[in-house]
Design a protein around this ligand. Structure first.
Ligand code: C2E
Ligand code: CA
Ligand code: CA
Ligand code: CA
Length: 278
């Protein structure tokens, strides 16, 4: 207690120690929580901007801890990555999202796409491809309705290794989307080499679309780029009608965001889809 009064340096060290302790505690809680089944997936519809119909959904991970509080993925995924837990969690996410796709197909949604987020650490694991194949095999999910979302920063590293891995993934029939697109600096030729299928426009560019001059918006450039390359495009974080209308006018085919639906539990997704079709 004496040393505590000694000034900044000590406090800095102490708070660092606390941060590490918090992280380690969270890591244990996450490992146990994962084992106990505290992780679950919710699904956010991806909607056709012309007709308003859902054509697929993105699976998003949630953690409800023992005491009932919800930890956001932005907080626990870095810890899962740092501890290596993301490998098991990621494999479970793949299997669970594929299983949900199969259930949706059984419920009559035959053309529904399932988009699944992949962490950088998971993606680099030597067994990643094997885990993907296993998830497809064990659930019977048709690969052509499964899409993996990798971030633009992941897509920019080690082109040779990446081109090969993405080629292998595509040979399974699974497609590839570049998440958070516009936040990095992928070149046109790079995107072509990667044989990606879809770009997801990052929410920050969707948000600014109603403000700044439309003609020079990043969202518009991404839409142009995507169309020129023959790629599918999804705008993320669409929150109001104006954004949806402008995106549609600019030629963006798909949107995702609170305007259409929050991420939904499986039963709520089925109900939302039933209303959507009515
Ligand atoms: P992301 O992949 O960019 O996912 C989009 C995030 O935006 C989600 O946050 C979603 O709930 C949120 N969102 C959707 N529509 C709107 C909107 O209209 N307005 C606003 N403000 N936000 C919207 P969430 O679910 O908290 O996920 C955060 C991030 O965590 C994801 O960002 C993704 O990077 C990561 N993540 C989520 N699930 C998984 C997973 O299964 N595996 C991995 N590796 N990462 C995941
Ligand atoms: Ca995503
Ligand atoms: Ca995103
Ligand atoms: Ca993001």
């Amino acid at each position: 207690a004496k040393t505590q009064r000694r000034g900044g340096h000590f406090y800095f060290t102490r708070s660092m120690g606390e941060e590490i302790r918090t992280r380690v505690n969270m890591m244990h809680a996450l490992r146990n929580g994962f084992r106990r089944g505290e992780l679950f997936l919710v699904y956010q519809p991806q909607v056709c901007l012309a007709h308003g119909r859902a054509e697929g959904a993105e699976a998003l991970l949630r953690w409800r801890t023992e005491d009932g509080s919800l930890v956001p993925p932005d907080r626990f995924i870095p810890i899962a990555e740092y501890s290596g837990l993301i490998i098991d969690i990621g494999a479970w996410v793949l299997r669970e999202a594929c299983a949900e796709l199969v259930r949706l197909r059984a419920a009559g949604y035959a053309d529904f796409m399932m988009s699944i987020n992949v962490s950088q650490v998971q993606f680099r694991h030597p067994q990643f491809l094997a885990m993907l194949r296993r998830a497809l095999d064990e659930t019977g999910a048709p690969p052509r309705y499964v899409e993996l979302e990798i971030t633009e920063s992941m897509a920019m590293e080690e082109p040779e290794v990446l081109v090969e891995l993405l080629g292998e993934i595509k040979r399974t029939g699974v497609s590839i989307a570049i998440d958070d697109f516009g936040t990095g600096f992928s070149s046109l030729s790079h995107l072509q080499r990667l044989q990606v299928d879809r770009l997801k426009i990052d929410r920050t560019f969707v948000t600014e679309i109603t403000g700044s001059a439309r003609g020079s918006s990043i969202a518009q450039m991404v839409i142009q780029l995507g169309r020129n390359l023959g790629l599918s495009i999804v705008a993320e974080g669409v929150e109001d009608d104006r954004q949806a209308r402008i995106l549609h006018e600019l030629g963006c085919p798909l949107g995702q965001g609170y305007l259409f639906a929050q991420p939904l539990a499986p039963q709520a997704l089925l109900e939302w889809l039933a209303k959507d079709a009515a």
